[in-house]
Design a binder for this molecule. Structure first.
Ligand SMILES: [Zn+2]
Ligand SMILES: [Zn+2]
Length: 685
């Protein structure tokens, strides 16, 4: 028999039911399936507490066991998410009576017991759930869960045993399993092995920021100062305001010899990769702000070297030509902070000219390439500081305390390199043709929209617009794809498409294009949660052939609360983090707003950007996730985020498009019409 739920103003019927056992007319009028689907709607709208009340009511009133069980499972998910483990367990106990053979009821029981530090009972529940499934993925998820109980009950060696079987068998938990193995190996004093596994965690999921933090710590502890400095530098680049990281960078910098800019992961090139000029391009020209940060503003540059593959003029924008340079000679432009002037220097460092004005570098041959080398960006964060080839002209725009680099170039020159970098070494022509049309369309759309405060440029080279690493990244196939689709863009009724794209949808795109080959189940709290626990279907278009590289499609993170707290407490007062409760979700389940409950207060974080920033300093793959706190005592030891896909799901699914080309031999127009159903490919002059 179900307990009477807490009395609710919203459900006066409860009162009636409690006072008057025989209320046949009222009961006949109730539409419980509708109430149940209303509860899901409330949950999606961002009212999980109201949804929980409605679900309690449905579970209490329903005489249909299937409906009752669904409501109980949804309730358990909502309560566990909010860290209300005891309450979740009460409803799971009822569900267990209705469905003693249900895998998830036992599995969830285990997690909630673990949160209450009832480790022995948690282990029993997990072990029972193992006997209720033949599905190897669910078994692996359970062994992963068991490792936590085992670590607490028997120690790290036993936890390692459980994890090893997950690590060797189940691709979708590779990264978190490797990270935990590193953690337990360190506890058993196997430091070298620990470091190996934490590196593995990062190679299986380069966006596992918690593994990056662990690795930095392990490097430092082992006295590996250069890699420790590099790793902390990377972390500080993600999260410049985190003083823990910036202090480590400062402290470790004294052990690092040589030019620090060359010791990081940015491309350094001795010579331009393009020795010959690009084909002359009469199409529209754009101005692109280089070395832009996340906000789309170019970083301040204080110096750089450059090589031009043709003779060129260096122009003072007010006074005219300064000099004519020879092809393939190296020059340097430096900001002198003592007199606030710009100096043009030769390769030996002697000043050739000094000016207070902006400078233009203008090749005399159209399509000649300018290689920008070793840019000095003293205040930049989260910026690719690699050397960069551009064509067209380069403007060194005078700013306070330095300059901006702005490249004026035919837009078409950007299509091939951006296509190559998005395709990430894939060389299937039809796939690259599809991407090239999407890139050209997106460039056209972006150039026409006002996206930057400054009028000095229309586009930037960061993810704010389209990441442009330089012409050097293009390859033969991307060039062929760009020229084969020359002039083609996506339009509808004369209007250019925004042509969004993302890396991997993981199932369904925002426009509802289904990459999974399965019908999409109705979205409920439990439905979404179980989708994040289960593996992606094998038929998924965007799933790589090698499933060990599947973190783009299915990912799991174990996040320590202290870093999230630190980010949140910079702007809000929340104290210690207790729970992270997703509120509103998109119709496809993506989190739109999230409440962080802390010991000193709560804050609501609105929008994908701020959510990704708060949880992982910008490294989170997507906002389609479920989240759970796992308590140790009063505070969460970590949050488990289980997520689907990479990117916002809008427009073209890049990996899905690659899958279509590879597995079905799809032609580029078929790919484009599938992902952009409202637009047609048109050739424009
Ligand atoms: Zn931009
Ligand atoms: Zn996809």
């Amino acid at each position: 028999m179900l307990h009477l739920p807490v009395m609710s103003k919203k459900y006066p019927l409860l009162l009636a039911a409690a006072l008057c056992a025989a209320a046949p007319t009222l009961r006949a009028q109730e539409n419980l399936p509708k109430l149940y689907s209303d509860a899901s709607a409330q949950w999606l709208e961002g009212r999980p507490e109201d949804a929980a009340e409605a679900l309690k009511y449905v579970a209490y009133r329903s005489t249909d066991p299937a409906l009752t069980l669904s409501a109980l499972k949804d309730l358990a998910v909502l309560l566990a998410e909010a860290g209300r483990n005891s309450e979740a367990l009460a409803y799971l106990a009822k569900a267990g009576i209705l469905a003693p053979e249900d895998f998830y009821v036992q599995f969830e029981k285990g997690w909630n017991l673990l949160g209450l530090e009832k480790d022995r009972e948690a282990r029993t529940a997990f072990e029972k759930s193992l006997t209720l499934t033949v599905d190897q993925s669910l078994a692996s998820q359970t062994r992963f869960a068991l490792s936590f109980a085992e670590a607490r009950l028997s120690g790290p060696a036993q936890a390692l045993d459980r994890l090893r079987s997950v690590y060797t068998r189940y691709p979708y938990l590779l990264s978190p399993a490797a990270r935990l193995m590193g953690f337990y190996l360190e506890k058993t004093k196997k430091k070298k092995h620990a470091m190996y596994f934490v590196k593995e965690a990062l190679s299986y999921d380069p966006r596992n920021i918690q593994a990056e933090i662990e690795l930095a710590r392990l490097y430092e502890k082992a006295g590996l100062n250069l890699p420790a400095w590099q790793t902390y530098f990377t972390l500080s680049d993600f999260d410049p305001e985190e003083s823990f990281f910036s202090k480590k960078v400062k402290k470790l910098a004294k052990y690092v010899k040589g030019n620090t800019g060359d010791l990081l992961y940015w491309a350094r090139m001795a010579w331009p990769a393009h020795r010959n000029p690009l084909k002359a391009e009469p199409g529209p020209r754009v101005k692109i702000g280089l070395y832009a940060g996340r906000g789309g503003v170019p970083s301040l540059v204080t110096g750089f070297s450059f090589i031009v593959t043709a003779p060129f003029d260096v122009m003072d924008t007010r006074l005219g030509r300064i000099l004519t340079g020879k092809s393939n000679g190296q020059l340097k432009i430096v900001y002198n902070e003592t007199n606030h002037l710009y100096e043009l220097r030769d390769n030996s460092g002697s000043a050739l000219h000094t000016t207070a004005n902006s400078i233009r570098i203008v090749p005399k041959t159209e399509g000649a390439v300018i290689l920008i080398k070793s840019p000095q960006l003293p205040d930049a964060h989260g910026v690719n500081r690699g050397d960069k080839e551009v064509a067209g002209e380069l403007l060194v725009l005078s700013r306070e305390n330095g300059f901006w680099l702005i490249n004026e170039t035919p837009a078409e020159y950007l299509v091939s390199p951006i296509t190559a970098s998005l395709a990430d070494r894939n060389k299937l022509l039809e796939y690259l043709k599809a991407v090239a049309v999407a890139v050209r369309t997106r460039l056209t759309w972006l150039s026409a929209s006002v996206r930057h405060e400054s009028r000095e440029y229309q586009l930037c080279d960061s993810a704010h617009c389209l990441p442009f690493p330089g012409l050097q990244v293009e390859n033969e196939v991307s060039a062929k794809a760009a020229s084969a689709t020359r002039g083609e863009i996506l339009q509808t009724g004369g209007a250019v498409a925004p042509a969004d794209f993302h890396l991997a949808c993981g199932g369904v795109t925002l426009e509802g294009v289904n990459d999974s080959g399965r019908p999409i189940p109705k979205l409920t709290p439990f439905g979404l949660y179980s989708r994040t626990v289960e593996p992606p279907p094998d038929t998924l278009y965007c799933l790589p052939d090698d499933k060990t590289t599947g973190s783009e499609v299915a990912w799991t993170l174990l996040l320590q609360p202290k870093w999230i707290e630190s980010r949140l407490n910079r702007k809000h007062k929340i104290g210690y983090l207790k729970a992270l409760v997703p509120l509103a979700r998109e119709t496809d389940g993506r989190v739109k707003s999230l409440r962080a409950d802390g010991t000193a207060g709560s804050v609501i974080i609105e929008g994908a950007g701020p959510i990704v920033q708060a949880l992982t300093a910008g490294t989170l793959r997507s906002t389609l996730f479920s989240i759970r706190p796992i308590y140790r005592g009063k505070h969460p030891e970590f949050f488990i985020l289980r997520g689907i896909g990479t990117g916002d799901g809008a427009g073209l699914c890049l990996r899905g498009a690659a899958g279509m080309a590879k597995n079905f031999g799809a032609e580029y127009r078929a790919i484009l019409s599938r992902y952009y159903p409202y637009y047609k490919v048109r050739k424009v002059r």
